[in-house]
Design a protein around this ligand. Structure first.
Ligand code: PLP
Length: 402
């Protein structure tokens, strides 16, 4: 008789965004005439930039010719894309990362979820609280979390690092030393970030204790402050303690196209085995490579014209962030984030799910309750800047009218 993976039974509720989608759909069915503004899920709204569309068209045409047809590609990604990433995202910033340390995938979510597979089940895992739920849930599925405890509002075997107003939403070193440390800056959900010296402290800590930092840089393109690092490899010693994940979703609008990458320096080595070799084996076994046409679109992100177009797109979203942040602040709300990230972390009166229901029912604005990202997210509410400018202004006016 077969048995199921009972670790799945430890998962809490449904995935946060499915719960929100259900609440919206129930409300809309009951109130079909109401216009809901969605500033909840972190999906982008601007169309793909012209350079990307051109690259897609060209690649599609190529695929229809005998000479230009591409079947299975290299599982790790085409050299043209790995080289463009190494040159632009790393070497241009003084980071020592080579193309063969970059693994192309169909997005950061899969990579941040799958990466834990190459580590032993008995590693102790640390996550920020609040946190992007994928880090937690994939460790629950693997059996690394222990049981959920309502008393602590989290899993017994996970180490939670609260990110609060008191510590500026930057985690402090936990009492117990973790083996795997998930960090995400600029942060989802708080929209806050870390300075280069703050990240250097984490790199030094990980090297001292033999821990690994799993660094999610999905929002790197939104950084505007010069002392905020774009990559963990800007810190000395990161090659011996850090894996970094990137997405093309937020810097270039690939949420529907799907493209991302993971960097595993060859210096990451435990008892003579490199993490690079394990991930290479995993990728080659379970993955057949991101589509050629999507990788060609990814290459266009690094063209001169692509860079200009995407800079304008990011400015558009960050103007929304500024409008929401400054508008709410002027209306007397306490707001965080929205400067180096497209998320605004709003302090709410009372409980965050109550605030969610209140906003939906009274002014038809949707955000994400902070509690859905962890116990320390209670009392906060995430709004995204990924809507249109018109909707951002309208949502702001509606919230201010309350
Ligand atoms: N990492 C973080 C922190 C995110 O917020 C998201 C998406 O919202 C992802 C990863 C997923 O990125 P992708 O679309 O590349 O899978």
């Amino acid at each position: 008789m077969y048995k199921i993976n009972e670790n799945y039974l430890n998962l809490q509720g449904s995935y946060l965004f499915s719960t929100i989608a259900r609440k919206i759909s129930d409300y809309q069915q009951a109130n079909p005439e109401k216009k809901i503004i969605r500033l909840g899920i972190g999906d982008v709204t601007q169309p793909l930039a012209p350079s990307i569309i051109r690259a897609l068209h060209n690649a599609v045409d190529e695929m229809g010719t005998a000479e230009g047809f591409h079947g299975y590609g290299p599982e790790q990604g085409y050299a043209f894309l790995r080289e463009a990433i190494a040159a632009n995202d790393y070497q241009a910033r003084g980071c020592d990362i080579s193309p063969d340390e970059i693994f192309i995938s169909d997005g950061a979510k899969c990579d941040v979820g799958n990466i834990q597979e190459i580590f032993s089940i008995d590693n102790r895992v640390a996550v920020c609280d609040p946190v992007y739920p994928v880090y937690v849930d994939t460790n629950v599925m693997a059996g690394r979390s222990g049981s959920y405890s309502a008393a602590i509002g989290g899993f017994e075997n996970l180490i939670y690092m609260p990110c609060t107003e008191a510590n500026g939403f930057v985690p402090e070193f936990p009492k117990e030393v973790p083996d795997l440390i998930y960090l995400c800056f600029p942060n989802n959900p708080t929209g806050m970030t870390i300075t280069k010296s703050g990240l250097q402290d984490w790199v030094d800590y990980a090297n001292l204790h033999g821990s690994i930092i799993l660094y999610d840089a999905a929002y790197e393109a939104y950084i505007s402050d010069p002392d905020v690092p774009h990559s963990i490899y800007e810190c000395d010693g990161a090659r011996t303690c850090a894996i970094e994940m990137h997405s093309f979703s937020k810097n270039a609008g690939f949420t529907g196209l799907r493209l991302g990458y993971t960097v595993i320096p060859k210096d990451l080595n435990r008892n003579g085995v490199t993490l690079h070799s394990l991930w290479d084996r995993r990728h080659g076994t379970r993955y057949n490579g991101a589509p050629y046409i999507v990788q060609k679109a990814g290459e266009a992100v690094y063209s001169e014209q692509g860079k200009q177009e995407l800079k304008a797109q990011i400015s558009y979203y960050m103007n929304n962030a500024k409008t929401i942040r400054e508008g709410l602040s002027a209306a007397g709300y306490t707001v965080y984030g929205g400067v180096n990230a497209p998320y605004i972390w709003l302090k709410v009166p009372g409980m965050s799910w109550d605030f969610f229901d209140y906003l939906l029912n009274t002014v038809q604005v949707v955000g994400t309750p902070g509690q859905g990202f962890g116990a320390a997210g209670e009392g906060f509410f995430r709004l995204t800047a990924f809507g249109t400018y018109e909707n951002s202004v309208e949502a702001l006016a509606r919230i201010k009218s309350l």
